[in-house]
Write a protein that binds this ligand. Structure first.
Ligand code: ZN
Length: 254
């Protein structure tokens, strides 16, 4: 399963770079980063996400490329991109400085699920602050659907999204502390706490009463979405719209 997913992702990445070479230069460019040496479910998500972004690029007139080579995250190369997306990992140590500089120079970032995973004691303290102080708390296991509620209906990211909806099967993380406590953070959606405890082997409980799922740190052009585990993420049109809205917002197209 994992080998198949990796093969598909690499095939798509090659296809995307070929497509990109023929595209108009005036279109904004988006670069997707993914890691191959990750949990199979995180690779399955990346594979689906690459396809989703390729379709969105056709529809909304931007260029998208995908790479699993993190060395592409260097200052010179990043200058070409309006938005970078981390599908299933955060930048490795050697690329963290380039990432930080890109974000501090007005670059845009969209991170999914494991791309926000950090422990409270991780050495990259800048990244934790970037995420609004959030470090991993607990996770629900096995993966399961969850009810999300919209916290900020005014944001272009939540436009057209109902006040509450059932998000497809995912592994859900809680955060300690909740990023909502950071005054620079705007939480856009969170887990509905009435469904806690959420999970069986691993649980999110009332110990973490506030669990943001999608948020932005207003000091940056960034958006984090905790969705990104397994091959069901793009099976819900409401949630697909949410991802598309987020992407267009970061590209300043909505
Ligand atoms: Zn996961």
């Amino acid at each position: 399963m994992r080998t198949r997913a990796i093969g598909m992702a690499m095939g798509l990445a090659v296809l995307l770079s070929v497509t990109a070479a023929f595209a108009q230069t005036s279109q904004p460019r988006v670069l997707l980063f993914f890691s191959l040496n990750v949990e199979a479910d995180h690779m399955l998500f990346a594979t689906d996400a690459i396809r989703f972004f390729a379709e969105a690029a056709d529809k909304h007139d931007f260029r998208v490329e995908a790479t699993s080579n993190w060395a592409d995250m260097n200052e010179e190369n990043l200058k070409q991109y309006r938005l970078i997306v981390c599908l299933n990992n955060l930048p490795p140590a050697a690329q963290q400085e380039a990432f930080q500089r890109y974000m501090e120079s007005g670059g845009a970032w969209l991170g999914f699920h494991f791309a926000g995973f950090n422990m409270g004691n991780s050495r990259w303290t800048w990244f934790r602050q970037f995420l609004g102080g959030a470090a991993f708390g607990a996770s629900s296991w096995p993966p399961l659907p969850a009810r999300l509620v919209v916290d900020d209906p005014e944001s272009p990211v939540t436009r057209g999204i109902p006040k509450a909806f059932l998000s497809p099967v995912n592994e859900w993380y809680s955060w300690r502390p909740s990023p909502r406590l950071d005054k620079n953070v705007r939480v856009l959606l969170s887990l509905d706490p009435t469904q806690f405890p959420l999970g069986i082997k691993g649980m999110i409980t009332q110990k973490d009463p506030d669990v943001p799922v999608v948020w932005t740190n207003t000091n940056f052009k960034m958006l984090y979405m905790n969705i990104g585990h397994g091959d069901k993420i793009f099976t819900n049109p409401i949630q697909n719209r949410l991802v598309e809205n987020g992407l267009l917002w970061l590209l300043e197209k909505n």
